[in-house]
Design a binder for this molecule. Structure first.
Ligand code: DMJ
Length: 622
């Protein structure tokens, strides 16, 4: 609603307009000021300089009760009375005494041991946590835990694959142990500085690496580590923080990580924590359209958008990908509100016109209109690709409407964004205000996996075509790695100015341990069993070991084209959640997290495909 305009006059109770101060001339203002100062001087003079002013003060200000009222009258009328004077004195003494007492109490509180205050806060938090665990938070229903299908698969039969898989598990151990040693309980570890790394994406929620790594620990059968991580979560994971968080990041890493680890292990505390956090995120949807804010203060529930995002728009990739986790939150809590919120997002998206059948990256949550017409499959638009896959795969029966919707999007991306370079490399460009930018981001490389999944469910005449596209995207992304000195890929690579699959700008040459290329290799391996995908995955393992492994963990590098690339000193939590998990699954059998039972969220946290017989009562009603 627009703010009311400010009028140059005020309306009196009789309805007449009177001039506001701004309408007086300078001389009039001066006269008024003089009169006002004279009045103030008179008042102060009366109080401080006239004899017996203390009696006036006490009479006027301190007599309030009915019985006192009579005395007050007398006091003013007979100021020479000794009895009354004594009474006033004793009252003033009492006031002075109360005042001193209050001051002392305030001083005591301030001087309280910080330790004591900390303990009091902790006791309060423990109580809240116990209430939640006992179900006093509105009563979470009991959910029967079903043994997960394929949480641990068969052992690979050939020695080479077994050894490679064991090596990847050793990498996970190195990453985990160093985090534990140098940054336990913080969000991430800085492997060179050997201390914790805070990320403002999570406000002051702590433990991002612990939550993000949980399901990988389980899948790799690192049970001791899984146990200590779960214990830390039960005792310390705390969402009652007064801080602004990224709704998207907290959802994919924390909610997704907790849900996935619950489904794998059945640890009740993980389900309860996921629901507790989901509830904290709900106020993000309090916008005129129900399209959520990108940023939310978890304490006040006040949301806003990133200032740089097209005039205060929400970002498609960010709100699109809340879908999967929120459907599961309703499934596990019996509370329909989570599912209702994301179903509404889907409705708003369905109603909007899509330029060329594509979804622009920015949507204004107040007007429900698209912001700038930037369209891409990576970055701001990227995870929405995940959303389309997830929305389609979420239900076992993969409904026809969702299938049509998903394939329309794949078709639109192909027609408008997919291009082939002179050298024969297929890439996905970005569309900015009607012009194609011939650049592909590392983030966009997940699309190889997306087209492979699409091929899996496509009508028979389309299967081959989608799989071909998936293979071509995988090859291009591999080329972006292979054309560097480190054999690790840049943040973005271009197909213009005489180059192909190469970064030309210095600020696009870094690699921050991202997973998307390896993710696509993993999908391609599962669907084709073509040995080159494991070969490419192994090349990435060797490169990671050579350039990113340090005594204190793994670090991103600053320039993939330099043989001494420089480190960024951050071990990202997604390295444990995604990169190492996808590598491990690439060298595992297909029945380890089988695709017909599990769907991966944007942060590689596998969630089971909801079957009709598993649906809770409440979920059936949404
Ligand atoms: C991860 O946090 C998620 O995959 C997200 O969708 C994109 N960025 C990182 C990994 O690159």
């Amino acid at each position: 609603m627009p703010a009311p305009s400010v009028l140059p006059f005020t309306v009196t109770p009789t309805g007449r307009k009177s001039a506001s101060p701004s309408t007086f001339r300078l001389t009039e203002k001066f006269v008024l000021l003089l009169v006002f100062s004279a009045f103030i001087t008179l008042c102060f003079g009366a109080i401080f300089f006239l004899p017996d002013s203390s009696r006036l003060l006490s009479g006027v200000f301190f007599h309030s009760s009915a019985s006192d009222g009579a005395e007050a009258k007398g006091a003013v009328g007979s100021s020479s009375s000794g009895v009354i004077e004594g009474d006033v004195e004793s009252r003033l003494a009492k006031i002075r005494e109360d005042h001193a007492k209050a001051l002392q109490e305030a001083k005591d509180t301030l001087q309280k041991q910080p330790e004591k205050i900390k303990n009091e806060i902790k006791e309060e938090k423990d109580k809240v946590r116990e209430d939640i665990l006992r179900g006093k938070d509105g009563g979470l229903p009991e959910v029967a835990f079903n043994k997960p299908f394929g949480a641990v698969g068969r052992e690979p039969t050939d020695k080479d694959t077994l050894e490679k898989r064991a090596k990847i598990k050793e990498m996970m151990k190195h990453a985990w142990d160093n985090y534990k040693h140098y940054a336990w309980g913080m969000n991430e570890v800085k492997p060179i500085s050997k201390r914790g790394h805070a990320s403002n994406l999570f406000g002051n929620i702590q433990g991002a690496t612990i939550v993000d790594a949980l399901d990988t620990l389980y899948i790799m059968e690192m049970h001791d580590e899984f146990k200590e991580a779960t214990e830390w979560i039960a005792k310390n994971l705390d969402f009652s923080v007064n801080a602004e968080v990224s709704v998207f990041e907290v959802n994919i890493r924390f909610v997704g990580g907790l849900l996935s680890a619950y489904y794998l292990s059945g640890e009740e505390v993980l389900r309860k924590k996921a629901i507790e956090l989901g509830q904290k995120l709900l106020p993000a949807f309090n916008t005129p359209t129900g399209i959520p804010w990108a940023l939310l203060n978890l304490k006040s529930g006040v949301g806003r958008n990133w200032p740089w995002a097209s005039g205060g728009s929400s970002i498609l990739a960010e709100f699109g990908t809340l879908h999967l986790e929120f459907m599961h939150l309703s499934h596990l809590s019996g509370k329909p509100e989570f599912a209702e919120k994301v179903m509404n997002v889907r409705k708003v998206l369905n109603r909007l016109d899509k330029p060329q059948g594509l979804y622009p990256n920015y949507l204004n949550p107040n007007s429900g209109q698209w912001g700038q017409h930037h369209i891409g499959v990576g970055g701001a638009g990227g995870s929405t690709g995940d959303f389309f896959v997830q929305a389609w795969m979420l239900a076992e029966n993969r409904s026809t409407t969702r299938k049509t919707f998903f394939f329309l999007v794949l078709q639109a991306i192909e027609s408008h964004l997919i291009r082939k370079s002179n050298g024969g490399l297929t890439y996905i460009a970005e569309w900015k205000g009607g012009l194609l930018e011939h650049k592909m981001g590392h983030l966009t490389c997940f699309a190889g996996g997306m087209y492979a999944l699409g091929a899996d469910g496509a009508d028979s005449d389309k299967t081959g075509h989608h799989m071909e596209l998936a293979a071509e995207i995988a090859r291009t992304c591999h080329e972006s790695y292979d054309r560097t000195a480190t054999k690790l890929g840049p943040e973005a690579f271009r197909f213009d100015g005489g180059v192909e699959a190469i970064a030309t700008r210095q600020n696009e040459k870094y690699y921050i341990l991202r997973p998307e290329v390896i993710e696509t290799y993993m999908y391609m391996w599962r669907y084709t069993h073509d040995a080159k995908y494991r070969k490419w995955g192994w090349e990435a393992v060797q490169a990671l070991e050579q350039y990113c492994r340090l005594d204190g963990g793994y670090s991103g590098i600053k320039d993939v084209y330099a043989s001494r690339p420089g480190h960024d000193d951050v071990q990202q939590s997604f390295f444990l959640a995604e990169t190492l998990k996808y590598l491990y699954l690439l060298f595992s059998e297909d029945d380890h997290i089988p695709f017909d039972h599990w769907v991966f969220n944007t942060e590689a946290h596998p969630l089971p495909i909801i079957r009709k017989e598993d649906a809770t009562l409440k979920e059936k009603s949404v």
